[in-house]
Design a protein around this ligand. Structure first.
Ligand SMILES: CCCCCCCC(=O)SCCNC(=O)CCNC(=O)[C@H](O)C(C)(C)COP(=O)(O)OP(=O)(O)OC[C@H]1O[C@@H](n2cnc3c(N)ncnc32)[C@H](O)[C@@H]1OP(=O)(O)O
Ligand SMILES: Cc1cc2nc3c(=O)[nH]c(=O)nc-3n(C[C@H](O)[C@H](O)[C@H](O)COP(=O)(O)OP(=O)(O)OC[C@H]3O[C@@H](n4cnc5c(N)ncnc54)[C@H](O)[C@@H]3O)c2cc1C
Length: 669
């Protein structure tokens, strides 16, 4: 027990890696300076014994889990201030990003940060939708944790269809206040993180009524609890929604209103306004109310989908290099399970996906920043493209990540089923992101709406933006014979996307021609529409990955690995969707064996570097929190140590034996 020697098989894997692992770490972090900063940050927080887990959270009650998470959150956010005081204010934003949407947070509060919504949604909403005066007042209060806030949009009856929200905010000009009510059970807010027992303020999204007219949904800041006693204010009905599949410490809550009054100034009025006499002043675009959701979708691609997948891959790959089971050749000795081609097929394509997600996330973050700057200047032109790409990338990446994390768990056999593997909590965290911030199918259909319009634009010879430019030529260009090359893969993915979009658009048109209402035609074709959006996203990710792998300024050894991973991304999804490539990309059945062989050869080439690749993610043991994935590979010792933490092992005979089992056994004598 407690050995610090490195497992011999892992050692051998590391010695045979063909590239410099540190170079990959620097590339992954965005440069050596970033790696240094990240490590210093991790050391500062993770070496603090007060932030370390004393009892595995699985053995705590629901209430204890929350209380412990709150204790650690308070300490954590105190330390963040300490950190920014010593390192300067500029780095504070990076720290928050790392803690709330990154690896560090998942190490300290693996089941969710109860303060997350204060930073992830409340502050971005105030900054994006509040006037300068409102920002000046609320941002510093929330940023410094003088108050704790959340974002209350979803209701028991409506999460997706936010135009259908039922909470009302009715303006009373006699007192210059809004009066909040929850007219039905289904109008109760349901889900907001931190709402249960943590937050004292919230952005509440409600239907605005003034002068007897409804103007649709708007955001308001509402005080929920007394700042001293934390008691719910009069008319506020509030509580926690109960235990969930995962994220059990994020304190999701419910909220109802009975004639709750807030001052007029608490409506966020950067875009639309209510004047003191109740006159409503319209926003330049009603879509601006949805801005916060775009921000979170953008942040999720890297902070949740790619980050948690890199964790799962580190665990499963290291474990597969040291776990031995069966023989490939009789008598040759037991084999590392990583030698099995089927095992490689489980683990290496997700590695490729992880890289594709990271490049796409970087692109998305850049366009988000430039479009937000344009919006501030009143230029809305690129908003539809940003919305469309944020929707499909959020949907495809969280779906791929959750699916691949489950594959990683299965790839570690029975031990992966243990909480101490850290797969259950990792999966719980990522699958939640398939639903929150816009349910994935719904988001794909939003992208499809943009694509069908772009297709119509392409047919009429109009201008197209960067991500859909391929629609101008794709279905029209003659098909060439299949060639096994990255360039051909890039073209084939675009052909598949263009073909799917064209099929949808013509299916809708055909239905409308025979008298089907456009909305019904849309619903009838929506299976294909969701698929078209996914194929568009996949084509985009393929191209971004190709650009990244071929142009990365790295050593030839690392470049070779990046290109292998990129080819694997393409061949894997091609073979998984052969029908599409037959239909739209000129693939013939006689081409398939050579692509299958190409993919198998790639698995074989990546095999010696598999441990090196996940080591390159550079996830420390404290962040990984897995008995199966630790750097030293001492899996069996760790599993035993974790088993011994079970409260049932505290006594050789549990009291329940005397209470129940013994009398039962005796009664059967
Ligand atoms: C760490 C843990 C953090 C956890 C955080 C989780 C927090 C949360 O989950 S908060 C709640 C998030 N909720 C959601 O995301 C709700 C999802 N629903 C929606 O986004 C919308 O209501 C939606 C898009 C589905 C439909 O909205 P609706 O108003 O009916 O729009 P719709 O009629 O379909 O489209 C209207 C137009 O708006 C556009 N549009 C829709 N959303 C946006 C947007 N965000 N930005 C820009 N344009 C948009 C559409 O493209 C469409 O444009 P056009 O007419 O030109 O084609
Ligand atoms: C862990 C977690 C944290 C959350 N945190 C917050 C928070 O902090 N604040 C907040 O306000 N909300 C929060 N939410 C709520 C979340 O945003 C919603 O659950 C989400 O938007 C989906 O809405 P819904 O639950 O109403 O699902 P529904 O919309 O009821 O979806 C159910 C099914 O209907 C389908 N469907 C719905 N509409 C359509 C359509 N138009 N076309 C085709 N199919 C459709 C969906 O695809 C899905 O299969 C959270 C949710 C979770 C799980």
């Amino acid at each position: 027990m407690g050995s610090i020697t490195i497992n011999k098989d892992l050692l051998r894997e590391r010695q045979s890696c063909t590239f410099n692992v540190l170079e990959l770490t620097h590339l992954w972090d965005g440069g050596p300076e970033k790696t240094k900063e990240r490590k210093e940050l991790e050391k500062f927080f993770l070496d603090d014994p007060e932030l370390q887990e004393k009892i595995p959270s699985e053995y705590l009650s629901h209430k204890e889990k929350y209380q412990e998470a709150l204790r650690r959150s308070c300490l954590l956010f105190k330390k963040i201030k300490e950190w920014s005081d010593t390192t300067g204010c500029g780095s504070q934003m990076d720290t928050f990003q790392n803690i709330l949407g990154g690896m560090l947070g998942s190490a300290i509060l693996p089941d969710g940060v109860p303060f997350a919504l204060n930073y992830v949604m409340f502050l971005p909403t105030v900054m994006g939708q509040g006037t300068m005066q409102q920002q000046a007042y609320w941002v510093s209060r929330a940023w410094n944790c003088e108050i704790m806030c959340t974002y209350a949009q979803t209701e028991l009856g409506h999460g997706t269809f936010i135009r259908g929200l039922e909470t009302t905010a009715t303006y009373d000009p006699s007192t210059e206040e809004f009066v909040f009510n929850s007219p039905t059970l289904t109008s109760y807010k349901w889900w907001p993180g931190g709402l249960g027992h943590t937050c004292n303020y919230a952005v509440v999204v409600a239907q605005l009524y003034t002068k007897g007219q409804c103007h649709g949904i708007h955001p308001f800041i509402v005080q929920l609890r007394d700042e001293e006693t934390h008691m719910p204010l009069p008319g506020i009905k509030i509580g926690e929604i109960g235990s969930k599949l995962g994220m059990n410490t994020i304190n999701n809550g419910y909220l109802g209103f009975e004639n709750v009054r807030i001052p007029r100034e608490n409506m966020l009025m950067k875009n639309s306004k209510v004047l003191p006499d109740g006159t409503y002043v319209n926003s330049p675009s009603d879509k601006l109310t949805y801005g916060t959701m775009i921000f979170v979708r953008v942040a999720l691609v890297r902070g949740i989908a790619a980050a948690y997948l890199s964790k799962a891959l580190t665990i499963a790959t290291r474990y597969s290099a040291l776990r031995k089971q069966g023989e490939i050749k009789p008598g040759a000795g037991e084999t590392q399970i990583l030698e099995y081609r089927t095992q490689q097929h489980k683990l290496f394509p997700p590695m490729a996906m992880c890289f594709a997600m990271r490049c796409s996330a970087d692109w998305l973050w850049d366009i988000y920043n430039s479009v937000t700057a344009e919006l501030d200047r009143g230029d809305l032109e690129r908003l539809p493209e940003l919305h469309a790409m944020a929707c499909c990338l959020k949907a495809v990446c969280t779906k791929d990540s959750a699916k691949a994390i489950e594959v990683c768990r299965l790839a570690t056999g029975g031990h992966g089923y243990m909480n101490s593997s850290n797969f259950p909590s990792t999966y719980g965290m990522v699958t939640a992101a398939e639903t929150y911030e816009g349910e994935n199918t719904v988001l794909l259909l939003q992208t499809a709406r943009f694509l069908v319009k772009a297709w119509q634009q392409a047919r009429s010879g109009g201008n197209l933006t960067e991500t859909v430019e391929y629609l101008k030529t794709m279905p029209l260009q003659p098909l060439s014979l299949w060639v096994n090359s990255l360039q051909h893969l890039g073209i084939a993915f675009k052909r598949v996307a263009a073909g799917n979009i064209e099929t949808c658009a013509t299916s809708i048109e055909r239905r409308i021609l025979v008298g089907v209402a456009p909305e019904d035609a849309w619903n009838e074709v929506s299976i294909q529409l969701a698929k078209a959006a996914e194929t568009h996203c996949r084509a985009f990710m393929m191209q971004i990955f190709i650009n990244f792998a071929t142009s990365a300024q790295v050593s030839p050894e690392l470049k070779k690995v990046l290109i292998e991973l990129c080819e694997l991304y393409g061949t894997y999804f091609l073979l998984d969707n052969l029908g599409d490539f037959f239909m739209y990309a000129g693939l013939r059945s006689s081409d398939v064996p050579s692509i299958q062989e190409w993919m198998e050869t790639l698995l074989h080439k990546i095999r010696p570097n598999a441990v090196g690749i996940v080591d390159g993610f550079d996830i420390s043991d404290a962040v990984l929190r897995s008995a199966l994935g630790a750097y030293d590979g001492n899996v069996y010792e760790r599993l035993f140590a974790e088993a011994n933490k079970s409260p049932l092992n505290a006594e050789p005979v549990d009291e329940s034996f005397h209470k129940y089992l013994k009398p039962f056994l005796k009664s059967n004598l």
